[in-house]
Design a protein around this ligand. Sequence first.
Ligand code: BES
Ligand code: ZN
Length: 939
Amino acid sequence: MLLVLGRRVLLSFVKRVIPQDPVLLSNPILQDFRTIKFRVIHSSTVFASATRQNTDTMPERRPFVRLPTDVYPVNYGLCLKPDLIDFTFEGKLEAIVKVNLATNQIVMNCADIDIITASFVPEGGEGEEINATGFNYQNEDEKVTLSFPSALQKGSGTLKIDFVGELNDKMKGFYRSKYATPTGEIRYAAVTQFEATDARRAFPCWDEPAIKATFDISLIVPKDRVALSNMNVIDRKPHPEDDSLLEVKFATTPIMSTYLVAFVIGEYDFVEGQSSDGVTVRVYTPTGKAEQGKFALEVAVKTLPFYNEYFNVPYPLPKIDLIAIADFAAGAMENWGLVTYRETALLIDPKNSCSSSRQWVALVVGHELAHQWFGNLVTMEWWTHLWLNEGFASWIEYLCVDHCFPDYDIWTQFVSADYTRALDLDALDNSHPIEVNVGHPSEVDEIFDAISYSKGASVIRMLHNYIGDKDFRKGMHSYLLKFQHKNAATEDLWDCLEQASGKPIALVMSSWTKQMGFPIIVVDQEQQGDDRILKISQKKFCASGPHNGEDCPNWMVPISICTGEDPGCTKLKVLLDSPETTITINNVSPDQWVKINPGTVGFYRIQYSSGMLESLLPGIRDLTLLPVDRLGLQNDLFSLSRAGMISTVEVLKLMEAFVNEPNYTVWSDLSCNLGVLSSLLSHTDFHEEIQEFIRDLFTPIGLKLGWECKQGEGEPPGAGGHLDALLRGLVLGKLGKAGHKPTLEEARRRFKDHVEGKQILSADLRSPVYLTVLKHGDSATLDTMLKLHKQADMQEEKNRIERVLGAISAPDLIQKVLTFALSEDVRPQDTVSVIGGVAGSSKHGRKAAWKFVKDNWEELHNRYQGGFLISRLIKLSVDGFAIDKMAAEVKSFFESHHAPAAERTVQQCCENILLNAAWLKRDADDIHQYLLKRKAPPV
Ligand code: BES
Ligand code: ZN
């Protein structure tokens, strides 16, 4: 779990913790991909797929070329022997391959591996073995060409390669992960992370998702270590040359892509269960912590049959293991049959884990298990279709959690967590279409972003709503059956859903996946007798205001409409397929409000006429609008204010209407937007006034909730109170941070008791208390916090502390936190959130964090090797600036310090900085006046 300032953040990208907003920086250095040959070319519908422009002066990369298919693998016989002391490994590959076309060369992917020998034995060739005479490494392309003295003839054969590699410390490929034994001894496990393109760092292979083969894996490991891989163990015998080693052999896998292969060698305990459909499920934990695997086990055991039934396709392997890995870059990885997780995404301690951790574990387990079907059984043909994997899993994880934990009201949380984040990012000029042509690994890394995940999930949610659950499931079932053990592209899914529903799915969906952005729906109304006439039009919404140009794109927009008579029920559905239309709703009395997009399902923003908006506002105060719609309305208006379409003062007035709000998610979204505003106003000299506004808004709900949890709150599922526990943490943290005196005093009192061991803080109160005391604390507070960090046995507690350290105010202490971020005490993947916490906490923190990133760029870049964590770090460090010249500074820094996987992120950040600056210039005075007037006694 990642919580940044009280808001959950997916690990591969960043949510709105700081203002996001636009300017165009033309620095796309990637080549034009029109030259790429795709193995499968699908006829596209009316919308052309966008490619990256090539407009600037940066050096061009050679065009990316996919592997030739004249030789391809059928089965990999792979034996690996890791050395956990020297951090090296030896490997032996015996791959059965098919030669399609006689050739004397084999081209494979290979990176950071030394090949010792390679040979080819033709099938039925009576012992004839052809030794390769040359290994030509093309390092930049991560390929090797093996040359043979004579042509390999069409037919089958065995390719044998002996090689060696390093167990690296970069959290990718075959790498080492550090852990301490219960007695404090430091040891290492050997683990893998292959997605997207790092299987090639563990063994030479055809590392493309469409080149599927079976795998027979053996591991040679110290006999006191656990050895796991995708399949169950079929043989375990002492190594003939060394009796301290065991050779562990695993069953043959189904045909699968290389990025889903995994192995783990280390010391672990486990808990085991059986799902009702007969699959053995184990959750592996660090030794001595098996109990902490129980919650994830319960979720997994419920989830497998849920998907089995939903897809009507059984899970195809005999077992599934879920394992917590100490050093882990992503949140979790769906390797087939051996899913790897960060410790914080899998382990739950009944006493020391907070409610949001439980919810996060449930979502992540739901997400990765969905991939076992959607991704693993049916795999995207190329990374361009990555969104199919990630968008779908990011949608269905909510369906699964809603099934397992109905009291989480998880779909409302979807809107705040994924839907609004996707809208924010996709409103930038530097966004990209969901389907995007990618080639080189750094481009692939780049699309593990909120567009693939959150926009992907949001448009699937809209599609599900448009089709209806019954036909959606029918289509999903036929898609999975038709493409199981094969690969598919986006159009293949549309075909199946079109067949199942009889609706024009490809046409509707292409408008959402092939062009970037989304529309703003502009609505006005007129009463004619008993009828309400709506005038509806669409324009592209941009973070800098609506698109007013000539060639404005259009979307096929499923629009639903409800009225005040029954706010939860859709009265009318239309498909808007033109720039504007007029709709008549019969039998609506003049006193009734009309609302577009009930449930906030359609992926668009709405601009109501002032009359329509006026009529909706009482529904916020009297709670007759659904929570998700109260949230959606507030979020739309906030976004319109950032785009300069309405005054921010209007939004502040609207926020005050939420004073009676009872719903956690509505508060959470509002609180996040206020955080954005507060960060923006930290550039002014009236920052204190917005803190006062926050205190006033949150005080009534704070008083109502109090500090003590009600009976049953925060306890395991079914006990209720989950959302109350989340709300209390949110509100107390917000009040404490904003300097609300009674909250600060109580937080200090409770913190003291906690530290002295008199009264341990409940897990749900720790984040808000830590945040409050640090924000208003001194060097003694920081030292106490660092001591708590050292003593913490659970990674969840360490992360909780790491994320709030940046709240400390004194400049010298901020520096101390930044130094701590790069110390041995912080896991490599967590450094990013410590630095991000500093940048997001204060004006001084923002400057100090950016300077720190610049000063330590080499180390940081080297540490993350250009993976997605570097994008996250950049975004967290610079997105909050609101001065034009900072955009220029950031641009220029990254022109001389390349981060290929973060190019688009850098452009988005620069765009955001300029948008912030424009927003501040435009609205700061009015906001200041409003905040002053609000406090003035009435005349
Ligand atoms: N397939 C991804 C893991 C991944 C992410 C691999 C980035 C390579 C690069 C996995 O299914 C995933 O999406 N993990 C998420 C957590 C999930 C609950 C959204 C993550 O790591 O953030
Ligand atoms: Zn995923």
